[in-house]
Write a protein that binds this ligand. Sequence first.
Ligand code: TMP
Length: 209
Amino acid sequence: MRGAFIVVEGLDRSGKTTQVANLQAKLESSGTPVKLFKFPDRTTAIGQMIDSYLRSQSELDDQAIHLLFSANRWELATSIESLLEQGTTVVCDRYAFSGVAFSAAKGLPLEWCRAPDSGLPAPDLTIFFDISPEAARARGGYGEERYEKEQLQRRVRELFDVLASEFDDERWVTVDAGRSKEEVAGEVWKYAAALVGKVSPQVDKLWVP
Ligand code: TMP
């Protein structure tokens, strides 16, 4: 049985990273082999260019940074697919949906943004962490990186809604991330536990008709 591919998406400050670590620990203790990915992966050569851009240490055209974010996923796509085929569950902190939502929020056409990620391994489930931009700001931390601005995050949230509307309830679920860590963790676990061991043998391709 192949591993499940679970993506966690959401706005900045929605608590994704904490919950992804928690999910990894729970999967491990339930005996499910699991590997965590995080995009952008800032450790690769491409990831270092992205990191420098996000920390405003370099400037790039919107199109160029968009393609680097996508290339950063493609450079790990084969590893993700092999792990899934070997039976390892892959949990991913952000994926192509962030890629499209953030770049389209800056004004690039949505379909242009989607094209470079078309054909990547498709998640079996995307868990979207929904939090109002006001609540995210109240958690502290906005303003440290380039995209952490309330108006942009508002537009990103609308674009995530557009992307979500293309998936059925089996493939995309929204979790209210404004609640306590424990409540959110409980709901995430409910979705993950229902999926692991029940995925179809084939890994689908994202955004391929
Ligand atoms: P992080 O805080 O999760 O490391 O993400 C860094 C920022 O990069 C965050 O504001 C979302 C943004 N982003 C994109 O613009 N495009 C992408 O493809 C990804 C994965 C993230």
